[in-house]
Design a protein around this ligand. Structure first.
Ligand code: DSN
Length: 437
């Protein structure tokens, strides 16, 4: 099954592990990936991530390392930094965070003392674990206060950020930092308005653009710069790089504090192979075709949202401006849950994640919604026609599931076969490059 020398080597050395990777590769090839935070990295990104750079310790930063032999690592990290700065139009970039959560942890450590108050959107409305969830470091060592969405069906901004609530929470609690940027928010974020409010109370504005980084890089979502004091992101979602994090700022003092907080504050040795892969991904994102890709990402999300609406599903906030949408399944049938929908669709080869909708009465392991996104399907070449077809499949499977196991089994098998056939016509970048199993 393997087409690459690397996989042949792994198969010879460890057939058990190689077989599991081959199975996962086949799963990715033959299913439709609608998880909004996932994507398919390019063969070049994966080549860098699988390179000899994994062998090296390079604690410190370019030119100031705690280990010898870092000459090429300095050049690699500097190149990745320079490309990140060019891509996002900022002055300083730290490419070492292992993840978005660790990027946020370093920024918190650099900008606040334990016990300090910060304001963010509550997790259940589309926020993130590292934005103050009580079991996370952010909610354990700091004091989160939360702003809300508009909850008023008659309001034109229903289920969108309520900037009056942001202002009221900030005026009341005088937070050290104000966070914006979310995991399940389908609308444009007004970074200028957030900065205005942050300035009114003397807070730092931190924008976590993990989800929309690719759109921002391509100019398809307004940039958090120059409004945010600090910007954090992951590199593997819409940005389509390796799994990892990134921190950016225009402020020299903040940059110094962030660098210290990340290393040695939060992390030890950087993952140099991943830093190189980030550099490759930033280089790809600087090319003109990345803008076309991101434009198609938005068109595809909007096509999927429109088609689902046509099938009787309610899309929260009435649609999407970006790469994702939240589908309120109860708009179709009050008994539908995100948990069931996720499981039923997976049987048909359509991969999603259950997600709470704003003000969801159901718990997080059940939910009334699905979060769907278009970055991965757009990477494999799907356009509006394919997204419309996917909406019809989703409705076919969920409608059958509501009728019972017999109907569901039949519909899931039929859709699974059709999904396989469609996927075979749109091979993943890595399959085309014959770079993995
Ligand atoms: N877990 C990520 C997501 O799926 O959005 C956020 O970190």
């Amino acid at each position: 099954m393997s087409n690459s020398p690397e996989m042949d080597t792994l198969r010879a050395a460890d057939p058990e592990l190689a077989e599991l990777i081959a199975l996962e590769s086949e799963r990715q090839e033959s299913t439709i990936e609608l998880i909004a935070s996932e994507n398919h990295a390019s063969p070049a990104v994966m080549a860098a991530a699988g390179s000899v750079l994994t062998n090296k310790y390079a604690e410190g930063y370019p030119g100031r390392r705690y280990y010898g032999g870092c000459v090429h690592h300095d050049a690699i990290e500097q190149l990745a930094r320079d490309r990140a700065k060019q891509l996002f139009g900022c002055t300083f970039a730290n490419v070492q965070p292992h993840s978005g959560a660790q990027a946020n942890m370093a920024v918190f450590m650099a900008t606040m003392q334990p016990g300090d108050t910060f304001a963010s959107l509550i997790l259940k409305d589309g926020g993130h674990l590292s934005h103050g969830m009580k079991l996370n470091f952010s909610g354990t060592f700091f004091n989160p206060v939360h702003y809300a969405l508009h909850y008023d069906k008659a309001h034109p901004e229903h289920e969108r950020i309520d900037y009056d609530s942001v202002r009221a929470v900030c005026q009341k609690h005088k937070p050290k930092a104000l966070l914006c940027g979310y995991s399940a928010y389908p609308r444009v974020i007004d970074f200028a308005k957030f900065r205005e409010i942050a300035d009114e109370v003397g807070a730092l504005l931190i924008a976590d653009i993990a989800h929309i980084a690719g759109l921002v890089a391509a100019g398809e979502h307004p940039s958090p710069f120059p409004h945010a004091h600090v910007v954090t992101t992951t590199t593997h979602k819409s940005l389509r790089g390796p799994r990892g994090g990134l921190i950016m700022t225009n402020d020299e003092d903040l940059n110094k504090a962030i660098n210290r907080a990340l290393f040695p504050g939060v992390q030890g040795g950087p993952l140099m192979h991943i830093i190189a892969a980030k550099g490759v991904a930033f280089g790809e994102a600087l090319r003109p075709d990345f803008k076309l890709y991101q434009q198609q990402v938005v068109r595809n999300a909007q096509a999927l949202a429109a088609a689902l609406t046509g099938h009787g599903y309610r899309i929260t906030s009435g649609g999407t401006d970006n790469h994702l949408m939240l589908v309120d399944l109860t708009g179709r049938d009050a008994s539908l849950t995100g948990k069931d929908a996720e499981a039923w669709l997976e049987r048909a080869g359509i991969i999603t994640n259950k997600n709470g909708v704003p003000d969801d009465p159901r718990p997080p392991m059940t939910t009334s919604g699905l979060r769907l996104g278009s970055p991965a399907t757009t990477t494999r070449g799907f356009k509006e026609g394919e997204m419309t077809r996917i909406a019809a499949w989703i409705d076919r499977v969920l409608s059958a599931g509501l009728k019972g196991e017999g109907e569901l089994g039949e519909a899931a098998d039929q859709v699974r076969a059709e999904v396989r056939e469609l996927c075979a016509r749109f091979p993943l970048p890595c399959a085309e490059a014959r770079c993995h199993a």
